[in-house]
Design a protein around this ligand. Structure first.
Ligand SMILES: [Zn+2]
Length: 306
């Protein structure tokens, strides 16, 4: 009898070990380029897939320099979820370097009509010429519009269902619940913005044209097209004049980037500086998008309240 129990226990133990390792091995391996892609994907998969944020939490997704260890990560992955729209300019080189034939890259901006970088503010400047010459003047910041975020989430869902059909039902159910929350976020923006008269937006970098268009902000301009570029002196002067002409009271600095230049503009114009979040950097968290876009709404309301 004792012997029999022993035998049964070892069989059970063996089975348990086998099931454990097989279960882990079968999980779909998903890399997500940066925070919003991580949040949408993780909200759909929960723990059913192995989801990682690809760039470091403090790295700039516009301008990422990949490391040898990144090539290994890509080699082991099944899916790479990218924002697309020209954000991950480093991805092509990385994919060539890693040469993973089974990897599927998902462009979550597929089907979204892209905006050009706003030109009015830089009209006639050297920058306008630069952009016209390299032909890459599409603005990649689609994720900052909660309606377009729903489209990106649907694109992510479709890719997950195709890559991992055994979990399709769970993914669809989770995505449905997440999309309800994104719709609520959108409704929150709409009802708050309806009550505000002055929605003059001046930001640090050119991250909010989609959001501005969606909710009828008066997007006046930004300090730098990309976080690492300083404006040319003439551009700064026209921005200062624009701010004064429109009686802008609050300009927005960005989480993670030095607002020195912005503070200088504030000083010259008498505007105060508030903070807004592009979601480009930060710790991976499934709720990050909803939480931080909600915080942005609170910032706008506070800055623009009559
Ligand atoms: Zn950006």
């Amino acid at each position: 009898m004792k012997n029999k129990i022993c035998r049964i226990s070892s069989v059970l133990l063996l089975c348990a070990v086998f099931a454990g390792s097989a279960g882990a091995a079968e999980k779909l391996k998903v890399l997500t380029s940066f925070l919003p892609m991580y949040a949408h994907t993780k909200s759909i998969t929960g723990d059913l897939a192995d989801v990682q944020m690809f760039i470091d939490k403090d790295a700039d997704p516009h301008d990422y320099e990949f490391k040898p260890s990144d090539v290994k990560k890509v080699l082991a992955a099944d899916l790479f979820i990218a924002n697309g729209a020209g954000l991950e300019i480093w991805l092509k080189g990385l994919l060539e370097k890693s040469g993973n034939p089974k990897l599927k890259v998902v462009n979550t901006s597929e089907g979204i009509s892209l905006m050009d970088n706003p030109k009015e503010f830089f009209k006639g400047s050297a920058r306008e010429e630069e952009e016209a010459n390299d032909g890459s003047n599409k603005n990649p910041h689609v994720w900052l519009d909660p309606v377009l975020a729903q489209r990106q989430t649907e694109n992510i869902l479709a890719a997950l269902v195709q890559a991992d059909p055994k979990n399709a039902d769970a993914y669809k159910k989770n995505a449905e619940a997440y999309l309800v929350k994104l719709k609520k976020l959108d409704e929150g923006y709409r009802s708050a913005m309806d009550k505000l008269a002055n929605k003059n937006l001046v930001t640090f970098h050119d991250a909010f044209p989609y959001l501005a268009k969606r909710y009828g902000f008066n997007y006046l301009g930004c300090i730098a097209q990309f976080p690492e570029q300083d404006p040319k002196p003439g551009e700064l002067k026209s921005l200062v004049q624009l701010i004064q002409k429109n009686h802008v009271k609050v300009i927005f600095a960005e989480n993670g980037y030095s607002p020195k230049l912005l503070s200088e503009v504030a000083k010259q114009t008498g505007a105060t500086v508030s903070e807004i979040d592009t979601l480009e950097i930060g710790t991976p968290d499934a709720n990050a998008y909803l939480k931080r876009m909600g915080d942005n709404l609170a910032s706008f309301e506070k800055a623009w309240k009559p």
